[in-house]
Structures are given as structure tokens and as C-alpha cells.
Design a protein around this ligand. Sequence first.
Ligand SMILES: [Zn+2]
Ligand SMILES: [Zn+2]
Length: 413
Amino acid sequence: MKVRILKGTKQIGGCITEITSNKGTKIIIDFGEDLSNDNQKVKKENPQIDGLTVGKKKYDAVFITHSHSDHIGLINYILEDIPVYVETISKIIYILQSVFTSKDIRIKTKNMDFKKAIYINDDIKVTPYIVDHSAYNSAMFLIEADGKKVLHTGDFRSNGLKGKNLENTLKEIGHVDMIITEGTSLSRDDIDNETEEHLMQRGREVFQKYDQIFILQSSTNIDRLKGFYNLSKECKKTFIEDIFTSNLTIRLNDESVPNPFDYDDVYTWVISKYRKNKSLKFKRKYVYPFTERIKQKSYKDKKYCLMIKSSMLEAIQKLYNKNFITNACLIYSMWDGYKEKEEMQKFLEEVKKYGIKEIIDLHTSGHADRKTIRLLNSLKAKKVIPIHTTKPEELKEILDNVILVHEYDIIEV
Ligand SMILES: [Zn+2]
Ligand SMILES: [Zn+2]
């Protein structure tokens, strides 16, 4: 078996891994967008990879680790006759994200479920394992071929609600010959990630101080959503999701996720943009199921926790004009890097005009800290390749047998 990193040996996001068996079966793992615009090696509008997106088909399958756009964002460019495997719920999230952002979607993806192996040409076996990350239902892959084993970690961590499972999963996987691991956190200091539970302890003070809490977070970060729901309940605030989040939470098929259908105390905020500008087909499917859930009483006592997006400034202004914002703060609960985007900067500046007294950073990483990466040593791999990092050389301090590679280098497993 041979491995090539087609992209991502020295950048975070947009990593593409190619694995080829001795018989010549070829698979790709992840095909997403670059996170920063000045670093686009594979053009967003027209990603050209011979045999994958252009020319004659050379690849037998593509596997996607999770629903973040830097891992899945380019799959609609893949040649139609190449099957793309996406975990069942991650696929639902991907479709929903595409519909709400009016992006093209690749309709024909194949379902994949955790711990159910998929065989490609009876030659390469791929088994997905659920792993803790800031995107719901993220996977790491065990790839077996030619009597060898490779573990591709995807993005992972251990400080979330599923984090405790990591050691058991690694035990189950046992010895592997090669590990391809993310190293996002290698560019920062050696500090242990704050756990989601601890983050919410800090959040409690904020919930006690303010009456209206606006939350800016990624909707797919379900651990975080659960945390804020629990705090709302505890601090007697009405929990209100934006319409995208509600569409997502009702489709996860997971009753432990606060959603307006299974929870009497979860509401949906349907802002006028969705009632006016969208097609009837869109409204029937994604808007009308929630319209009866906009109850003025959710705002009337002026004690609420509201999930928002940076595109909702106008709607927030309307709430302010109706005097529903009196003692409010905004919790910024996402990666700091998004603040560099112009749209976000503008939003955070403008929103202060509408009664938001303070913007509070409350976030913990979705990526493995050094302590967590160190757990991979238990797999006793002979070769370890860092990807999804700007500091690959730092991995040598943590793991044995690290080799630094360039894009397109051929590495024998
Ligand atoms: Zn990523
Ligand atoms: Zn991710």
C-alpha cells in the first residue's frame, strides 16, 4: 500500500490524502476547501485533479471524515462515476448546509455507518470509527490493504462529550503500520484543551449576569449547543434556535439533542428573511414546520438565549426596536480566525448598536491537544505523517517515528 498527501502537509484544512493498494485500487480521503483564501492550491470554483475531477476516472472511491467544509466542501466536483462515502448523518448536515447557502450539492453520495467496513474492489477495506470533534458524527478511518493497516485520524480531540471514548477506540483498533494525523494545535503552546463541561462553568456567570444571551456558534457543534441549552434551563431562560439550527437538530435523529420537535422548551426564531425571500418549495420544507413555534411569549419576559448567525443583523435590530433587548451580551463561541473575515468584523462592530453591552469569547478547541495526540503512540505505528497543521515538525516532540513529507511524495506503508 502507498500513501500520497496531495494537499495539506503544511496547512490547516483542505487536506487531500490518496491511498493506493498494490493491485492499483485508489481511494481519496477528504476533499474540502482551503480555509484561508490566500492559500488556495485547489481552486474553490474549479478544483482540477486528474482522474478525480477532470479527465478519465482514476480513483475507485472517496471517503469523507466529517461535515466541515474544509473536509467535504468540494465533493460536488468529483467525477460522477466515482462513489463518495459520507456517514449518514454527516450527509444530512452537508445537504442542509448546501441548501441554506444555495450551493450546488452532489446528490449521489453513498451512506456509510460507524464500524461497518466498506470494501473497495475487494482489495481495500475502510472502517469508520466515531470520534470526538466539533462537528457532529466525525469519523476516523482504519484502512486495510495488502496485510497492512493505516489510521487516518481526520479532525479529532478528547475534550468534548465523546472524548472519553478515544482511548477505547484506539485499543479496539490495536496496532497499525502507519498513522496520518491532524496536528492543528501544534502551532500553539502546549496547553491542555479546556473541556466542554468546564467551558459551561464559565458560561454560567455570563448567563447569570445578563438577561438576553446571543450565541454565535457553529450549528454542527452539538456538544456546545447542549451546553448552552442546559445553562438556559438552569438559569430560567427560554432557549431559541435560529432556523438553520432547528432544521439541523430535528434531523439528527438523536433525542439527546435539544430540538423544537422533541423538546417543549426549545423554540425556533423564524426571521422575516425566510418568510419573504425564499421559494415556496424551500418554505414548505424548511420554514413552515416551525412557524407555529414563534411565540411572542418567548421574548416577552425578556429572558432568553438566542442562537444567531452573523447574517442576522437586521433581525436583531428589529428585536432591539421592539424593546426586547435590554440587558444583553453576545457570546462568541467559534474559532478566533473567523474574526478576521470582513463580514464577521462588520457584524461584531454593528451589533453593539443594538443593545449588546459586551462580546464575550467562550470557546474551546475542536482539535487534539498534545496530551491527546500522544495517545496515538499506543498504536505503535512505524510511520507517522502529520497533516492539517502549519507546524508538522512539532509532532516529532510528541510521537515516535514521525516522518515529514512533501505534497505528492510517495510513502510506502
Ligand atoms: Zn479540518
Ligand atoms: Zn473539522
